[in-house]
Design a protein. Structure first.
Lengths: 512, 115
């Protein structure tokens, strides 16, 4: 039998026996009350009636105490009455007798009783509502359970800038956690303790049922803690908590969300407003228009509507990119790019292919596609310049151009030093030293360029396919071999003739 | 050692390109005067000739035509800021093998020297 039940059982046993003992032999009750009991009843009643009469008639009466048990046996309150002239003052013995008579056996506050008796007798005033005994509340049993770290239930404070302004773009309602962060702790069990009423009756304790928080996906139990197994968004319901690798933004990305920087996938159901950045360790799926200020994802970017570039906006995609259209945008994608309606005045870079759907056009800007380009129309009769570069890895070209620019700067400086040396020879020693350093730097950069070129894989079978029309003003280059469109051409494809080192034009249907 | 001739009316760029390409191990001759450059191209054998498309006196398209008329096998790369420049287009028609974005593109130079 559990401890608390044993205790309750004993208590009931004792108190019941005491009552029974007080009543005496109950078997005799069948033939009427025993004589001594009748006498006792009569005597008690007589005393009570007399006291009552004395009080009402202002006759002489002793000091007395009136007890009452309240709050389901947890409190015994008393009113202390002083004696009338000639009456006996109250004393502790009489109070004790009264307490015994009322079966108050637990939690007597003798200090309070002494004080009340003293005041009542000496000042001759009634002292009422004195708590003379208190029961003991039971302590509830609490089983072992998990408790979330407080910070995961509270909104992060606003980000303040040094000048005291709040950068609302930095605010986010998303609680992001890093791998290894402690999310919850195991709270040890609390043992239950029985309570007692002032009548000495045992009160059983209850067992609390704390909210059970089960650790869910991407969490790990380490000792008495639950930690994040991955970096992501902390999410919880009343019964569970987990780390989500997908961030779903039901509305727009704007001042309400701030910039988004999430280690997993991000799904945005609203528009992404101008000036707000999104960075994702996974893919980004945007259900509406993307006003691209800075969009960076390590996996795919899928935009149901279009991508509109905002200077100095950039879009960098680790995987493939799909959108209805791309306009005025700088885009880099490790994979292929597919658009439905068109690409307008954009700088698009892909290490795969750039393709449009059957109605797709490419007008203006520069396109770099390692694997080639397919579009229904390229350029227009108005002749905006459209440049298409295929068969070369754009990222290596960018590095080579950077090296070239630095080398040009160094070479200009070198020319200046040479001129100075020729002119007057002043500080020749220092200038010679500088000259050597400049030449060494150029040499190092050239070395870097040459090692990069080793990795410049060319895709010589890359081609440009035009389903309908391509217009003058368009420039095509496949593996460094150029072709300038000088007249409208229809349903053609441009392929590299490796033998001749020239681009040749074929009918679009004769291949793809 | 591969020989490169560069003809460009901007002396500063010419000097810088010479320093960089020489450091890469090429023999580089440079001419700011297109007519002198043309003369040099016709009198010596070069593996590659880089010609700026817009120069006073004689433009890159005319130079390409005259150089290739005298030395049909020489590889000429046209230096231009705009690939769709009509003069660049004319030079390509005349037989230039490629276009270099100003001031030059090392990947293309190495590529055309190799092929």
């Amino acid at each position: 039998m559990p401890k608390r039940d044993e205790y309750a059982f004993e208590n009931i046993l004792k108190s019941s026996e005491s009552v029974l003992e007080d009543l005496g032999d109950l078997d005799s009750l069948t033939s009427g009350l025993p004589e001594e009991m009748e006498e006792r009843i009569r005597s008690d009643k007589q005393q009570e009636e007399l006291e009552s009469l004395e009080r009402s008639l202002g006759l002489k009466s002793d000091g007395y105490v009136d007890l009452r048990v309240e709050q389901e046996g947890m409190i015994c309150a008393a009113d202390f009455y002083p004696p009338t002239p000639g009456g006996e003052p109250l004393d502790l013995h009489r109070v004790e007798q009264h307490l015994d008579a009322r079966k108050i056996s637990f939690g007597a506050d003798w200090n309070a009783i002494k004080e009340a008796v003293f005041k009542c007798n000496t000042e001759g005033v009634e002292i009422t509502d004195v708590v003379v005994a208190r029961g003991l509340n039971p302590v509830n049993e609490i089983p072992q359970h998990l408790e979330l770290e407080g910070k995961y239930l509270v909104q992060e404070p606003e980000t303040e800038q040094p000048e005291g302004k709040i950068d609302y773009k930095q605010r986010t309602p998303f609680v992001l956690v890093q791998k290894g962060d402690v999310l919850a702790r195991l709270v040890p069990p609390v043992e239950g303790v029985m309570g007692t009423t002032v009548l000495g009756e045992a009160i059983a304790f209850k067992t609390s049922k704390p909210r059970t928080m089960k650790p869910g996906k991407n969490t790990e139990v380490v000792g008495d803690r639950v930690v994040a197994e991955v970096s992501g968004r902390f999410e919880h319901t009343p019964g569970s908590f987990w780390v989500a690798e997908v961030l779903q933004i039901r509305d727009a990305v704007d001042y309400r969300t701030g910039h988004i920087d999430f280690p997993g996938d991000v799904i945005v159901y609203g528009e992404v407003s101008d000036g707000f950045n999104i960075r994702a360790g996974g893919a980004i799926i945007c259900r509406r228009t993307l006003d691209a200020s800075e969009v960076v994802c390590k996996k795919d970017l899928i935009v149901d509507r279009g991508i509109i570039g905002r200077k100095p906006g950039t879009v960098r995609v680790g995987g493939e990119l799909r959108a209805r259209f791309i306009e005025n945008c700088y885009v880099e994608a490790e994979g292929s790019i597919t658009v439905t309606t068109g690409i307008l005045n954009s700088a698009i870079h892909s290490k795969g292919r750039i393709d449009t759907d059957l109605k797709g056009i490419i007008v203006g800007g520069k396109l770099y596609a390692l694997g080639g380009v397919t579009a229904t129309q390229i350029g227009t009769r108005m002749g905006p310049r459209t440049e298409i570069y295929c068969g070369i890895d754009f990222s290596i070209l960018q590095k080579l151009e950077w090296i070239r620019d630095r080398n040009m700067e160094l070479a200009f400086k070198l020319a200046g030093v040479d001129q100075k040396l020729k002119k007057d020879g002043a500080g020749a020693e220092k200038l010679s030293g500088l000259r050597d350093k400049l030449k060494a730097a150029i040499h190092k950069l050239n070395g870097a360029a040459q090692s990069l070129i080793v990795h410049l894989d060319k895709q010589e079978d890359a081609e440009v396919v035009v389903r309908r029309s391509i217009f003058p003003g368009t420039y095509i280059e496949i593996c460094h071999v150029p072709y300038i469109i000088t007249q409208e051409m229809r349903a053609v494809r441009f392929v590299l003739d490796k033998e001749k080192g020239r681009i040749v034009v074929k009918a679009a249907s004769s291949g793809r | 050692m591969k020989k490169i001739l560069v003809i460009d009316d901007e002396q500063m760029i010419l000097d810088a390109v010479k320093v960089i390409l020489e450091d890469m191990g090429f023999q580089v001759d440079v001419f700011a005067d297109p007519l002198q450059g043309e003369k040099q191209a016709l009198s010596e054998d070069y593996d590659l000739v880089l010609v700026d498309v817009r120069m006073p006196g004689k433009n890159g398209a005319e130079l390409t035509e005259s150089i290739l008329a005298g030395k049909p096998s020489v590889k000429i790369l046209i230096i231009t800021a705009y690939p769709a420049d009509p003069l660049a287009e004319r030079a390509l028609k005349a037989g230039a093998v490629g276009l270099l974005k100003k001031p030059f593109e090392i990947a293309k130079i190495l590529d055309f020297l190799k092929s």
